[in-house]
Design a protein around this ligand. Structure first.
Ligand SMILES: Cc1cc2nc3c(=O)[nH]c(=O)nc-3n(C[C@H](O)[C@H](O)[C@H](O)COP(=O)(O)O)c2cc1C
Length: 368
């Protein structure tokens, strides 16, 4: 059904326009009490066996919405209604930013992929914090807040820009993510080098602690799939040393491996971050490497090319406690999260593991 609708409607629209249209419908549906109750019952069913805990937060299931879909925290309940058990908003930057000139989002339908160079288009930390402060949640969803650097801010002032966002947003964040891995803000990914990352993460930790005294806001870092093996290890070691709560692997890639055979070669040439199916293998590889390094000392979140329950299961076996998706939602439609949680529950039942927690990293431990 959705696939026909996608071909007839969304595919004919500019991808960004299609996103805004679909998101508007989702938000509208979530405003109508009877409709949202019905949709949530159908799309966000609870599977007892999928109950999980990550960085001290209890969740109904491990699967959530990756950052970038709801950059401004305008549709958290709508996405929860569709079955995403946690919603990561952002990336939010210290100051508002319109992002890069359009067209900046491209669909590679045959490859089930997207290329984007959105460039952190967002309302900025002040407005997003105000929006979160005035929000009356309908569904109990874990809300992650992903922060990044304002493009116009010079690199030497990057820490102050992240700190500004952390101070404003930490009070409303169930967890906070430092994004140093989007390819569309010049110089951002250089912050992944440990000499830059150490002061940044320490300052954000301090800012979050200063802004929120009643609880310790979990702090995570999101990394790129394009890091070399030893750089992944270095980030992992630093995360352990600093007592970070989690690592999200991965953001989009600047690589174009295996593309161009199916999709239009002119699209493949577009600059930006590639996401979706072609990212699957590399994201899984990065996750595996991280788990081999940190084991259970740090919570890992697996994202990148997760299209179905089997993909999510493979992430869990590779070390992910939580799993996220974005691109496949565009291609799979409103039943994506439901199918994923349902399939995951079935997969767990037929596995040798009694709980999800037992399955986390099982494949990596076996080969160690
Ligand atoms: C259009 C688009 C915008 C994105 N924006 C952000 C962002 O603002 N911050 C971020 O951390 N990740 C962003 N991402 C990356 C996703 O969160 C995710 O890490 C990546 O797309 C891989 O997952 P997927 O293959 O399921 O899409 C964006 C992805 C897409 C497709």
């Amino acid at each position: 059904m959705y696939k026909i609708f996608f071909s007839l409607v969304f595919k004919r629209l500019d991808p960004e326009q299609a996103h805004h249209l679909a998101f508007r419908w989702i938000r509208l549906a979530a405003r109508v009490p009877v409709l949202r109750t019905f949709l949530a019952a159908a799309l966000a069913p609870r599977h007892k066996e999928l109950r999980t805990e990550a960085f001290g937060l209890r969740m109904h299931g491990p699967f959530g919405l990756a950052a970038g879909f709801d950059k401004n925290a305008v549709g958290i309940d709508g996405m929860a209604m569709l079955g995403f058990d946690h919603v990561e908003i952002g990336t939010v930057t210290g100051e508002p930013h319109p992002g890069n000139p359009k067209q900046r989002l491209f669909r590679l339908v045959k490859d089930r992929a997207l290329i984007n160079r959105m460039g952190f288009n967002n309302d900025g930390s002040l407005r997003v914090a105000a929006r979160l402060a005035s929000r009356t949640p309908v569904f109990r969803t874990v809300v992650g807040v992903n922060i990044g650097k304002t493009k116009a801010v010079p690199e030497e002032e990057a820490v102050a820009d992240y700190v500004k966002s952390a101070e404003r947003l930490a009070p409303y964040a169930d967890y906070l993510v430092v994004n140093v891995s989007s390819p569309n803000t010049p110089g951002l990914r250089d912050l992944q080098a440990t000499q830059a990352l150490r002061p940044l993460l320490s300052a954000v930790r301090e800012a979050a602690d200063g802004a929120v005294s009643a609880r310790r806001v979990p702090l995570l870092v999101k990394i790129a799939p394009d890091l070399a093996g030893e750089d992944i290890d270095a980030v992992a070691d630093l995360a352990v040393e600093l007592g970070l709560d989690g690592i999200i692997a991965t953001n989009t890639t600047i690589a174009r491996d295996g593309l161009g055979l199916k999709s239009d070669p002119s699209l493949v040439k577009e600059t930006g971050g590639l996401s979706g199916a072609p990212l699957k293998e590399r994201s899984l590889e990065v996750l595996r490497r991280l788990y081999a390094r940190v084991g259970d000392r740090i919570t890992l979140v697996g994202v990148g090319g997760v299209e179905n329950a089997e993909d999510a299961w493979q992430r869990i076996l590779a070390g992910a406690t939580l799993v996220q998706g974005y691109s496949a939602f565009i291609y799979e439609g409103p039943f994506y999260a439901r199918a994923l949680h349902k399939g995951l529950a079935a997969r767990l039942r037929t596995s040798p593991y009694a709980t999800l927690a037992e399955a986390v990293g099982a494949d990596v431990r076996k080969t160690a």
